[in-house]
Design a protein around this ligand. Structure first.
Ligand SMILES: [Zn+2]
Ligand SMILES: [Zn+2]
Length: 284
């Protein structure tokens, strides 16, 4: 910048000064916020949002350690594909461990895993993320999913992290997508790009509150598509949602991604419902 004149030199020094000031004021602001949070927790101690127990420190996750530890992790004996716990299912040692649904090649994803069983306190914790947008709790769940990934690192090697999208209208009403409150911090932790717009939900969920199993599968069939113009070819996708109930949603998302050229789709959810058999296999 040999030709830079005095005025531009002054303006550039001004701008570096103002960016320094901005840095200082941002630092000060975050320090004040942290100090404020601590002060608020002393003056107005908050209760755990699950059991009501007073939170001892200025935790950003509004759940006490006891409740966080009460979430029942998915046991280690699971179906190799869908990750459902295999309670007492007898299988020959040399065969891959597959549940009846996966023996029938039910799902469009390569594999699915979850952190814990969808029951008790975990149901309430998921609702806090879903309806109250408690981001620190989303980040806490992301840490747990990162642990799941690191326990099977080779299986979960991925190029991008993608949240299961809400229908545009639903996201507008809610103001956010709860799956992205988990997938964004997870992508950051795994140092992978976060692609919240790669998938879109083109068909809204029916208004009816309770859907039968058949209706659940029917309501998501063809409900997702990749956004036109997005690069999906050969991508290994880590697909994130809060709960796996029937697997129908993750299945529909995975099929849309595979159709657009994705190489593989690995699904991760915080919770997994275990009392939800498939419509075709009600006997197990
Ligand atoms: Zn508690
Ligand atoms: Zn399975």
């Amino acid at each position: 910048m040999a030709e830079a004149g005095t005025s531009s030199a002054i303006s550039s020094s001004n701008s570096s000064l103002s960016s320094k000031r901005r840095g200082v004021s941002e630092g000060l602001r975050s320090w004040l916020k942290a100090a404020g949070d601590a002060l608020v927790s002393v003056i107005f101690p908050a209760g755990c949002r699950i059991c009501g127990e007073l939170l001892a420190d200025s935790r950003r996750v509004p759940i006490c350690p006891k409740c966080l530890h009460s979430f029942e992790r998915v046991p280690s004996a699971v179906c190799e594909i869908c990750g459902c716990p295999l309670f007492g299912l007898r299988q020959k040692e040399e065969q891959p461990r597959l549940c009846p649904a996966c023996q029938n090649k039910t799902y469009g994803f390569d594999c699915a895993r979850s952190f814990a069983i969808y029951q008790g306190p975990l149901v309430r914790a998921i609702l806090l993320v879903k309806f109250e947008q408690i981001e620190p709790l989303g980040a806490w769940f992301a840490e747990r999913l990162a642990e799941v990934v690191s326990s099977e690192r080779a299986r979960f090697a991925a190029d991008v992290v993608v949240p299961v999208p809400l229908h545009r209208q639903r996201e507008r009403e809610r103001g956010y997508n709860q799956a992205a409150l988990i997938s964004r911090p997870l992508a950051k932790r795994l140092r992978l790009p976060h692609k919240a717009l790669l998938l879109m939900r083109t068909k809204a969920r029916p208004d009816k509150r309770i859907l039968t199993l058949e209706e659940r599968w029917e309501s998501v069939r063809g409900a997702f598509a990749t956004r036109p113009g997005s690069q999906v070819d050969n991508l290994r996708v880590l697909l994130i949602d809060d709960v796996l109930t029937t697997g129908a949603t993750l299945d529909a998302c995975a099929r849309a991604l595979r159709e657009a050229g994705a190489k593989s789709v690995f699904a991760l959810t915080v919770a997994r419902a275990i009392r939800n058999p498939l419509p075709s296999s009600v006997e197990w």
